[in-house]
Design a protein around this ligand. Structure first.
Ligand code: HEC
Length: 193
């Protein structure tokens, strides 16, 4: 009797295992079929959005990151070292000189754009469609925004990186603002190649 029970138990176990294996197999098959149905190529990205897996776009993004660190560190360092009162020459004027030199040499274009709606110089208001879109996004709290424009040799990465009040000295000239408030953004235009 005991022997019978053990056998039955084993048989029952085997049936359960077989059933489980069947279910798993079916599920696997379904997954595999689902995979097969996926298009071979990823769907085309929305117009203007940069392809995430394009190495040339990634290189341009890296360049933006590097330039952003360079420009922002230089502005902070110049401000710390030389800018003490409101009628001192602001570091941004030096950055502007460097932006112009880099553009003249054909490396990239960079521009400081207002995001307060009330800039110290109207020349710094957003001008292009990209700058106007970045204005809205940076004000809404985004710290980075980019898009690829042009085709072939004319492909460029447009990018915007937030410029907050990073130190109390910024507020000395920029009015009633506290550290952390967004003042503007740097807008880059870099060849994608
Ligand atoms: C000594 C005064 C002074 C200080 C300090 C200063 N700025 Fe400015 N900033 C200016 C002036 C003047 C302009 C307009 C320059 C121009 O003619 O384009 C400006 C322009 C800007 C703009 C473009 C929008 C606008 O208002 O025209 C941003 C963004 C900005 N500064 C951020 C900063 C940050 C961040 C700091 C601190 C690291 C800072 N500034 C420190 C005087 C100053």
């Amino acid at each position: 009797m005991e022997m019978m029970n053990r056998r039955r138990g084993l048989l029952f176990g085997a049936v359960v295992l077989a059933a489980l294996a069947g279910v798993i197999g079916m599920a696997r098959g379904r997954d595999a079929r689902a995979q097969d149905q996926k298009p071979a190529r990823p769907a085309a990205p929305a117009a203007g959005a940069a392809a995430a897996d394009d190495p040339a776009v990634e290189r341009a993004r890296e360049q933006v990151k590097m330039l952003d660190d360079l420009y922002k560190n230089a502005v902070v360092s110049i401000t710390k070292t030389y800018v003490n009162k409101q009628d001192d020459r602001p570091a941004i004027m030096i950055a502007k000189d460097v932006f112009a030199a880099m553009k003249k040499k054909g490396w990239h274009s960079a521009r400081l754009v207002d995001a307060t709606g009330d800039p110290l110089s109207d020349l710094n208001s957003p001008k292009t469609d990209f700058e106007k879109e970045a204005f809205g996004r940076i004000r809404a709290g985004e710290t980075y925004f980019d898009r690829v424009v042009g085709v072939g040799k004319d492909r460029r990465l447009l990018a915007a990186t937030a410029v907050p009040v990073v130190m109390a000295q910024c507020a000395a000239c920029h009015g009633d603002r506290k550290v952390g408030d967004v003042l503007g953004f740097l807008r880059y235009e870099i060849p994608v190649k």
